[in-house]
Design a protein around this ligand. Structure first.
Ligand code: ADP
Length: 262
């Protein structure tokens, strides 16, 4: 379908990454103890690319995602979302940038229980004072397979359907990037596969850029690139990974006897 090949981002002409991290460092201090969660991480997330972030528990995945999304401050380094460097923006400008250019998908769906699926999908746009583009909204709804469920409330939807509503909500504002934090963590494997296939389709057919934190090699197998964190540093990367590649690589990073789950 022609409308599904339209690229989401005007920046594509310049070939600029959707997100760029340059030498990002972050330390948490609690009392006398300081934990260096990120140790000079540089990472480009190209446009129209599905990038996975993996690593053992405590390796810095969530911190990195929060820093990339402007949800946490850095000690040093720079983060760009599109052409905008975000680390020196005021809170107000950062909130605006997130509303307009960043989509989020969480493990726990984070839908508003009293609103219908459609109202949930368009809520962030409304907060940003924008109206959905009708044709794009239709494309997103059709692609997520939610056409028959738009007037249902979250409690009337399965977990997989709720997460697809969350995906549609993230996608409908045409953000420069969507951050997905363990998006299949609360789903059975079949619903998880549907959500992952949808995210992959949004990258390949709609030109979306997606960054996903996951502990699951099967989920990582849907990405275009997976990067591995260990102890706050980027230690490896696989392009076009299979689940088996990822599993094999993870064995090298997990402490002996530890499970893969973060
Ligand atoms: P992951 O997502 O890979 O499990 P995190 O980014 O959550 O790792 O944590 C990286 C390191 O930073 C860990 O050592 C963790 O204990 C520490 N950390 C994370 N958040 C905080 C916080 N708010 N305060 C203090 N230490 C934190």
């Amino acid at each position: 379908m022609a409308k599904k090949t339209a690229n989401l981002s005007a920046d594509s002409v310049a070939g600029r990454p959707a997100v760029r991290a340059v030498e990002v460092s972050k330390t948490y201090s609690s009392g006398a103890v300081a934990v260096q969660a990120l140790k000079g991480i540089s990472l480009d997330v190209p446009q129209s690319r599905f990038v996975g972030i993996m690593g053992p528990s405590g390796s810095g995945k969530s911190t990195l995602m929060h820093c990339l999304a402007g949800l946490d401050t850095l000690d040093s380094g720079e983060v760009f979302i599109g052409e905008q460097e975000i680390t020196r923006l005021s809170d107000k400008k950062l909130t605006r940038l997130r509303l307009e250019h960043v989509g989020f998908i969480f493990q726990s769906f984070n839908l508003v229980p009293t609103l219908s699926a459609l109202e949930n999908i368009t809520l962030p746009l409304g907060i940003a004072g924008r109206k959905p583009e009708r044709e794009w909204l239709d494309t997103v709804i059709e692609t997520t397979g939610l056409t028959q469920r738009l007037h249902h409330r979250p409690s009337e939807l399965s977990g997989g359907q709720q997460q697809r509503v969350a995906c549609a909500r993230a996608l409908v504002g045409k953000p420069k990037v969507i951050f997905a934090d363990e998006p299949t963590g609360n789903l059975d494997s079949r619903s998880g596969a549907e959500v992952l296939a949808f995210l992959q389709q949004s990258v390949r057919q709609l030109g979306q850029s997606v960054v996903m934190v996951t502990h699951d090699p099967t989920a990582a197998g849907y990405t275009d690139d997976v990067v591995f964190l260990a102890d706050g540093s980027l230690v490896d990367r696989i392009t076009a990974p299979t689940a088996a590649d990822v599993l094999e690589r993870m064995k090298g990073f997990e402490p002996a006897g530890a499970g893969a789950r973060s």
